[in-house]
Design a protein around this ligand. Structure first.
Ligand code: HEM
Length: 216
């Protein structure tokens, strides 16, 4: 009896630009490596911990804004690659936020009472801490299995928290800077643009849905 030839598994369609998400992760981790090398060589100046806190804070905010810019960019251009790097950018933002917080804890001697007092008393720190807290469930539900478990609609609603996190991050930046507010102003304008695109797009989608509903 002749054995049937084993069915050839149909090759999975290669994802376009498969190197892109890992490339973004590697590229996104380079500033951490540069920071480490600068710290080792003494290039971070008189207060290296403060300098590292500032740099990781800025990187967190930039990566968070970039991850939120992916969907508008995809909608405006019909390119698909922004959607493929969104998750990597969001996770990198979380990694830098955790590093930023770890450096802050180090700067405060890892003393829970001192940190708690600071978080409760200084609105600038409260805003940063709240942004970090919001990022935790987002990082924890970044896997495909989490999307399945929650259901796409609930997962999507949960991930709207990224907008609150970026707004709190920008506020934290604004309150934290003492003299020149150019940087925080640019951050605030970028965040405002992200919110505007989000609102306009959401309104357009609701209008389309309402129209489709009227046809039945
Ligand atoms: C998503 C979360 C966060 C973002 C986006 C963020 C962002 C930033 C930014 C942009 C800066 C200012 C950099 C500059 O002045 O050039 C900064 C500074 C700072 N952040 Fe955060 N931050 C976050 C969370 C936190 C948390 C959780 C803490 C502590 C509880 C914290 C404590 C600080 C401190 C102390 C500074 C000032 C450092 C200094 O001037 O010496 N941040 N952060």
């Amino acid at each position: 009896m002749s054995r049937a030839a084993p069915a050839r598994s149909s090759p999975r369609r290669a994802a376009p630009l498969p190197w892109l998400p890992p490339g973004v992760v590697v590229g996104g981790l380079l500033p951490a490596l540069v920071l480490l090398l600068d710290a080792r060589s003494g290039a971070l100046g008189a207060n290296p911990v403060q300098r590292a806190i500032l740099q990781t804070g800025l990187l967190t905010l930039a990566l968070l804004a970039l991850s939120l810019a992916c969907t508008p960019l995809r909608l405006l251009t019909s390119w698909t690659w922004p959607a493929r790097v969104r998750k990597a950018l969001g996770l990198l933002a979380f990694v830098y936020a955790a590093l930023h917080f770890a450096l802050y804890l180090f700067d405060h001697g890892f003393t829970p009472q001192v940190v708690l007092d600071d978080v409760l008393k200084r609105p600038f720190v409260t805003a940063g801490f709240a942004a970090l807290v919001l990022l935790v469930p987002l990082a924890a539900t970044s896997t495909r299995s989490a999307v399945k478990r929650l259901g796409f609609a609930r997962w999507q609603r949960l991930h709207q928290l990224a907008y609150a996190a970026v707004a709190l991050g920008a506020l934290h930046y604004w309150w934290g800077v003492k003299k020149d507010h150019t940087g925080p102003l640019i951050a605030a304008l970028i965040v405002a643009a992200l919110f505007a695109v989000r609102l306009l797009w959401g309104r357009g989608r609701r209008r389309k849905k309402a129209k489709a509903g009227m046809r039945f």
